[in-house]
Design a protein around this ligand. Structure first.
Ligand SMILES: [Zn+2]
Length: 92
């Protein structure tokens, strides 16, 4: 049994729906604000965000990725040079 309106976010819940289309509240969480509050405290929701931010910011600050990028530029130029030398020898 689903309520006509979600008690958590107030969105219209289609009759027979097993979960709120807006906020995801469902029969298992009891359509209650208590369940919503406990779902907000789930560790993985906030943890994932912090981890994502750290991954976004750290490479720009630390010099190691720049060194790796520089190495790949040198490697790419070396391969290109070797290819051009091979091409010249082929033409001559
Ligand atoms: Zn809702």
């Amino acid at each position: 049994m689903s309520p006509e309106n979600c008690p958590i976010c107030g969105a219209d819940v289609p009759s027979g729906a097993k979960a709120c289309p807006e906020c995801g509240a469902d029969e298992q969480t009891g359509w209650s604000e208590e369940a919503y509050a406990s779902s907000l405290n789930l560790p993985d929701e906030s943890f994932d965000y912090d981890d994502f931010v750290k991954r976004e910011l750290e490479p720009k600050k630390s010099p190691v990725p720049r060194g790796i990028r520089w190495f790949w530029w040198v490697a790419a130029i070396a391969v290109l040079a070797a290819f051009l030398i091979g091409l010249f020898r082929l033409i001559r």
